[in-house]
Design a binder for this molecule. Structure first.
Ligand SMILES: *Cc1c(COP(=O)(O)O)cnc(C)c1O
Length: 386
């Protein structure tokens, strides 16, 4: 049985996979089982921050593999402690909790927000406002938080206490911020929703309102974080201080890791026994993340911004393109033709691109070589113009 047939037979049908059996990767290049090479403008889904099988990352992970692969969170391990310190030092957050995915990072944020409010105000202040068209994950709580009705069709009843506000509509948010609200949660660039950045004025007004009413501001940086948009975290481009930041995707450069960063208000909210994770922060993933985060510096961010601007400039005026949105190397392309068909045509021509809603989505490795990027964009432009 070949790989595609075996997969179709034995793996749950939750993914619409493209006909590519990936076998090897190096940087922005992915090789299939037949020896064909593809330029990857997706990095997984924004996961391979430095591309596939980055040398320094391999060295860091391999060194750790030979030292200690796992021990439970009942004990201390060095990579986890060092990573926590690095993340706090670079963000100004006070403490972090490690899980294994974006959904788990958001679960922790939801629990933490509710406990903060319960500790301080008692029952009845547990509502979390999320935005229409948001995406926060696929577990029951994060799905309840996700503001997309289409994803809610089959799975009710949902967790209570989530309401949606339309994005970029401050009066609507203000009207919902009643005495029963403990948190507002948002992505600064709605990723799965179509790569839509929120207005700066809206985000800053929302942050101010939250601070005035002791409503926690949770910023979901699962996709926008870890250098993706040209700063370490995207909130750094807004004049805000989130109470909780969640991240995952690119954090550990290809290994599963999620992180919930806790600000001053909530640093001690989660006490012993109130939350946990068996695998969270395990030494291998933490060593991978250390290798990534320690190399995310101003020189790289400036490269990310420059490459993002290059892609925007190339595509904004290209045939078949209606608009380009996004920040840094997180870009959405509204196309005249069907994005799913275009993505398949790109793949046929050797370029991997993603989609989000009805758009094409690009999340290339942060360090993609300029010549690889140029080659891929020219192929993409050719496909768009057909
Ligand atoms: C991908 C994503 C998630 C979910 O992450 P998983 O690792 O798939 O659980 C949550 N929030 C945002 C903004 C995402 O892009």
């Amino acid at each position: 049985m070949d790989i595609i047939e075996s997969d179709k037979t034995y793996v749950a049908n939750t993914y619409t996979r493209a006909p590519l059996v990936a076998e090897l990767g190096k940087g922005a290049l992915i090789g299939d089982e037949g020896g064909r090479s593809f330029i990857d403008l997706g990095s997984g889904i924004g996961v391979n921050a430095f591309g596939a099988c980055d040398d320094e990352w391999i060295k860091a992970v391999e060194t750790q593999l030979h030292k200690l692969s796992h021990l439970s969170n009942l004990y201390y391990t060095e990579p986890q402690a060092l990573l926590a310190r690095l993340l706090c030092e670079r963000t100004g957050m006070k403490k972090v909790f490690f899980g294994n995915s974006g959904a788990e990072a958001n679960e922790c944020a939801i629990k933490c927000a509710r406990k903060y409010s319960h500790d301080k105000y008692g029952e009845g202040r547990s509502t979390i406002i999320t935005l229409t068209n948001s995406f926060h994950g696929r577990t029951m709580a994060t799905l309840s938080a996700t503001g997309q009705a289409a994803m809610h069709v089959h799975f009710g009843p949902f967790l209570e206490g989530f309401v949606n506000a339309p994005a970029n509509d401050f009066p609507a948010l203000e009207a919902l911020c009643s005495g029963s609200v403990c948190a507002v949660m948002m992505e600064l660039v709605q990723g799965e929703g179509g790569v839509i950045p929120l207005d700066k004025s809206y985000v800053e007004a929302a942050a101010k309102l939250c601070a005035e009413r002791d409503i926690l501001l949770i910023i979901d940086e699962v996709q926008t974080g870890n250098g993706r948009t040209g700063t370490l975290y995207t909130y750094m481009q807004y004049d805000i201080s989130p109470d909780i930041i969640t991240t995952a995707k690119g954090l550990a450069g290809g290994l599963p890791m999620g992180c919930t960063m806790l600000g001053e208000k909530v640093e001690n909210t989660l006490s012993a026994g109130t939350h946990g994770s068996t695998f969270g922060g395990n030494p291998i993933c933490a060593a991978g993340a250390l290798s990534i985060i320690s190399r995310l510096d101003e020189a790289l961010f400036s490269e990310v911004r420059k490459k993002g601007e290059y892609i925007k400039a190339e595509l904004e005026s290209a045939k078949g393109v209606k608009s380009v949105t996004g920040l840094g190397l997180m870009l959405g392309i509204e196309t005249e033709k069907d994005a799913k068909v275009l993505a398949q045509e790109c793949l046929d021509k050797g370029v991997i691109v993603l989609t989000a809603k009805s758009k094409l989505r690009l999340l290339p490795p942060l360090n993609i070589k300029q010549e690889e990027l140029e080659k891929a964009i020219q192929i993409l432009k050719g496909v768009l113009a057909q």
